[in-house]
Design a protein around this ligand. Structure first.
Ligand SMILES: CC(C)(COP(=O)(O)OP(=O)(O)OC[C@H]1O[C@@H](n2cnc3c(N)ncnc32)[C@H](O)[C@@H]1OP(=O)(O)O)[C@@H](O)C(=O)NCCC(=O)NCCS
Length: 151
């Protein structure tokens, strides 16, 4: 079994959409994916297991900030370190670019994601009430400071 973290591009859009459909109830459209894959509005990295796409992460890099837009691992491949591998690669890219801070939002009920982000050192900075249109759940806002954590 061979896992490989790679940067994804336009030819991966179909596989990305299929994977996303397994992982989320609320889906990005092809056009939303292409904004990142073709247009460069954000970056998408993926993890391939023996060639098959089993996880992906989308994040934006604007000025000195990184925002996590989406992160998901195939349901059959969870708890095997792949989410962590994706976030670790993203952090390497951030370090190389001198990114100072990162933000993300996550559903209050999403225990696996909350545990993963906390493991990486993200700290809760706020709550947005009834933020998500699909479930009307609250969003927890998290922040990570690269320099503070490296020093
Ligand atoms: C969140 C998600 C990406 C984690 O991916 P994963 O590959 O299973 O995570 P990893 O195996 O790399 O786990 C890394 C750490 O995250 C935490 N974690 C992951 N899944 C967890 C779970 N089910 N329960 C508790 N902690 C969990 C743990 O701290 C874990 O470290 P450990 O194994 O040393 O305890 C995955 O559960 C997923 O795709 N969920 C659905 C999509 C989603 O909600 N994405 C987040 C949107 S903000």
């Amino acid at each position: 079994m061979r896992d490989e973290v790679v940067e994804l591009g336009e030819p991966d859009v179909q596989q990305l959409m299929e994977l996303e459909a397994l992982c989320f109830e609320y889906h990005w459209t092809r056009e939303q994916f292409l904004l990142g894959l073709e247009g460069g509005a954000y970056k998408v990295i993926g993890v391939r297991r023996d060639g098959a796409l089993v996880g992906y992460m989308a994040f934006s890099l604007i000025a000195d900030e990184m925002e996590v837009l989406n992160l998901a691992v195939h349901p059959d491949c969870r708890r095997q370190g792949l989410g962590e591998a994706l976030l670790a690669r993203c952090f390497e890219i951030c370090a190389a670019r001198g990114i100072a801070k990162s933000f993300l939002d996550v559903k209050v009920s999403n225990d696996p994601a909350l545990a993963l982000y906390r493991k990486f050192g993200y700290k809760k900075i706020g709550v947005r009430k009834k933020y998500y249109p699909d479930t009307r759940e609250d969003a927890l806002l998290f922040r990570y400071d690269f320099q503070q954590n490296e020093g």
